[in-house]
Design a protein around this ligand. Structure first.
Ligand code: SF4
Ligand code: F3S
Length: 103
C-alpha cells in the first residue's frame, strides 16, 4: 500500500502533468508517487481504473507508462485541486495505491 507519510519519507523530485512527483524514480521501472493532496503510488497502481470511474469530480486522467512492470497505464491525479475528499477512490482501489489527505 501507499505510504501515507510519503511527504516526510520521500523527496519531491519534480513535476509531471502538473502534479508533484515524490521519488525515488528510475524510469521506466520506478515512477514514484504522483500528486500531494491526492497521491497515487505509480509503482503500486496496476491500472484497475475504479478510481477513474468512481471519482465524482474526475480528478484522475490515464497516462501511458510503457515499460513499467505493474501496468503500462497509470491514474494521474491531474485535477487533485478539485478533490472533495469523499474518499471513494481510496476505498475502491484494489491495491491501496491512493492516499487522500483532507488535512
Ligand atoms: Fe475523487 Fe473523492 Fe478520490 Fe477526491 S477523494 S480524488 S473527490 S474519489
Ligand atoms: Fe490504479 Fe488503483 Fe486507480 S490500481 S487505476 S489507482 S483504482
Amino acid at each position: 500500500a501507499i505510504d501515507p507519510n510519503f511527504e516526510q519519507n520521500r523527496e519531491k523530485v519534480g513535476e509531471e502533468n502538473g502534479v508533484a512527483v515524490w521519488g525515488p524514480v528510475d524510469p521506466p521501472e520506478k515512477l514514484g508517487i504522483h500528486g500531494t493532496h491526492v497521491a497515487v503510488d505509480f509503482d503500486i497502481c496496476l491500472a484497475d481504473g475504479a478510481c477513474l470511474e468512481d471519482c465524482p469530480v474526475d480528478v484522475f486522467t490515464w497516462v501511458d507508462t510503457p515499460g513499467h512492470p505493474e501496468s503500462e497505464l497509470k491514474a494521474e491525479p491531474t485535477h487533485e485541486d478539485q478533490c472533495i475528499d469523499c474518499m471513494l477512490c481510496v476505498d475502491v482501489c484494489p491495491v491501496d495505491a491512493i492516499d487522500v489527505d483532507p488535512g
